[in-house]
Design a protein around this ligand. Structure first.
Ligand code: ADP
Length: 356
């Protein structure tokens, strides 16, 4: 089971998954900010990008290639659309996994219009030959199309119109340096502060014609894991609850009650996250315990625990990965309302792990 993979039917069960599920894809278009002014948060990225785009417009030139890195759901696709809109250019959207052969990329590149924005999501998952073709396309706006095979193969050079590549990746570190170096502007998208997510929620509520109290927005924001996509999704579920169980108006109480039904807790942990944490605390006294043992205890695959649950638990400072195994932090005991055994707070080596 891949909880964060939108193509996996079970992924949609995860209300706090950061990848877009089918419903997200259907409604997100309506919620996307259309220009930089509407884009909430990410002040640095916005300011820098604004300069890059203004300068390009003033020169009457195509904007430099842009690399956006950051977790899913933080607004990379939205920003690429904004770049196109601000440049008054059309946009073509594709992704690394969709480009298996260099020929696939050549077909896309050769059909671009002058100034068009090409959004390449998950650029780190492109095939190697396509990646090499992209180097030349980015630098010289030309590609060599190879015709034939073996010794008789010939390279036919093809001129391309100038275009702006917007590459998106969840892991900039995975990009080969020659590719990274060809971007004129690189931006790292951070997780959003609760106050920024509140603004996202108010904006979306407005567009969805949902009435929400400031407290209600704050309650949803606190459970959205720093991610606008999750904030918008939780808002929709809370709206449903408010319509069915109340008069449609979202207050703090309604938001909390709705998200309790969906098992998203006050810090945005869902059933899986809490299961991992509970096993770690209740069965293993807070650790250290090996990943495989922990996975068996929660009845999940090793990969699910490691790739789906743990990154957020680590980010929240609830769990630490140490050479000796997984260890709960004092905040984890507190979050689940449990009292750590004396040995967990004094003397079994955890003191050293946390430097307390
Ligand atoms: P990514 O491409 O990084 O996975 P998206 O650009 O698809 O993320 O954003 C997911 C959703 O979150 C969009 O529908 C958009 O409505 C919302 N969103 C993302 N960033 C912002 C923002 N800064 N302000 C308002 N809404 C945002």
């Amino acid at each position: 089971m891949n909880w964060d993979d939108p193509t996996d039917a079970t992924a949609s069960e995860r209300l706090v998954g950061a990848s877009a599920d089918r419903e997200d894809q259907a409604v997100e278009a309506a919620l996307r900010p259309k220009d930089l002014g509407e884009f909430i948060g990410q002040e640095k990225v916005r300011e820098q990008l604004d300069l890059v785009l203004r300068a390009a417009r003033a020169r009457g030139a195509t904007a430099d290639h842009v690399l956006l890195s950051g977790a899913p759901g933080l607004g990379k696709t939205t920003l690429s659309m904004i770049i196109a809109a601000e440049m008054g250019a059309p946009i073509r959207i594709t992704s690394g996994p969709a480009i298996q052969h260099a020929g696939d990329l050549a077909a896309i590149l050769s059909s671009l219009q002058e100034g068009e924005v090409l959004f390449l999501d998950e650029i780190h998952r492109m095939s190697r030959p396509a990646e090499e073709m992209l180097y030349m396309a980015m630098e010289d706006f030309r590609v060599d199309v190879i015709v034939g095979k073996g010794p008789g193969a010939t390279a036919i050079p093809l001129e391309l119109p100038p275009f702006t590549l917007v590459g998106a990746t969840t892991r900039a570190g995975l990009l080969p340096p020659p590719l990274r170096d060809r971007f004129g502007f690189t931006a790292h998208m951070e997780f959003y502060e609760p106050a920024e997510l509140e603004r996202v929620i108010h904006r979306s509520a407005n567009l969805l014609d949902v009435e929400i109290h400031a407290d209600g927005a704050a309650e949803i924001a606190g459970r959205s894991r720093g991610t606008p996509r999750i904030a918008n999704r939780l808002l929709r579920r809370v709206r449903d609850y408010a319509q069915v169980k109340a008069d449609g108006f979202i207050t703090r109480q309604i938001a909390a009650a709705a998200l309790a039904v969906y098992e998203v807790d006050a810090r945005g942990l869902d059933r899986l996250d809490r299961g991992v944490l509970e096993a770690l605390l209740k069965l293993f006294g807070g650790g250290p315990v090996g990943l495989s043992t922990l996975a068996v205890a929660v009845g999940e695959e090793r990969e699910t625990v490691e790739e789906v649950a743990e990154p957020f638990l680590v980010r929240e400072g609830l769990l630490a990965r140490t050479p000796r195994g997984r260890v709960a932090t004092p905040a984890a005991w507190e979050h689940l309302g449990l009292t750590p055994p004396r040995s967990a707070t004094a003397g079994n080596g955890q003191q050293d792990l946390f430097g307390t």
